[in-house]
Design a protein around this ligand. Structure first.
Ligand code: RB5
Length: 154
């Protein structure tokens, strides 16, 4: 799987720890930055990850900031992005299976590296259950909201 990953200064160290973990698991990692823990702005990073996923240059995205919240808010501004903060493994796989979440947001000040790896693994391994009518119906409703209320700048 092709995975775009990005982090601001608050998430830089966790991003660096997750990259080799993903590569070792057989994935292609696209690191959009930041390149160091020098102060950077989470909307810039979230935008780069979100655009990779929105344009199908990546299958999934991971954005890390201090809490995960700012990155999540910014990523969800992009069409076709369904981002969520998940700090437990259940949400990380259920969010994909039921809601077709395609961007995982993590807060490096909230969770440690070992839990982050388990969460990432749950997220990456999960697939949307498109054959379950109610999940498909609900996703279609979300997409309809996006169509009706968002400007399409792609
Ligand atoms: C940066 O200090 C911090 O505000 C940012 O990483 C993030 O937590 C925002 O949600």
């Amino acid at each position: 799987m092709k995975i775009a990953i990005g982090a601001d200064h608050g998430g830089f160290l966790l991003k660096e720890a997750l990259k080799p973990y993903l590569v070792q698991a057989g994935h292609t990692v696209i690191d959009v930055g930041a390149p160091s823990d020098e102060p950077s702005d989470y909307p810039d990073i979230a935008a780069m990850v979100a655009q990779k996923v929105m344009r199908a240059d990546s299958d999934r995205g991971i954005v890390i900031c201090g809490s995960g919240v700012g990155a999540c808010v910014a990523a969800n501004k992009f069409p076709r992005i369904r981002a969520s903060v998940c700090h437990d493994t259940y949400s990380a796989h259920q969010g994909v299976e039921h809601d077709d979440m395609n961007v995982l947001c993590l807060g490096a000040r909230i969770i440690g590296e070992a839990l982050a790896k388990d969460i990432v693994s749950s997220f990456i391994s999960a697939k949307f259950a498109a054959d379950v009518e109610r999940y498909k119906r609900r996703l279609d409703k979300v997409l309809d909201i996006e169509r009706r209320f968002s400007a399409d700048n792609t």
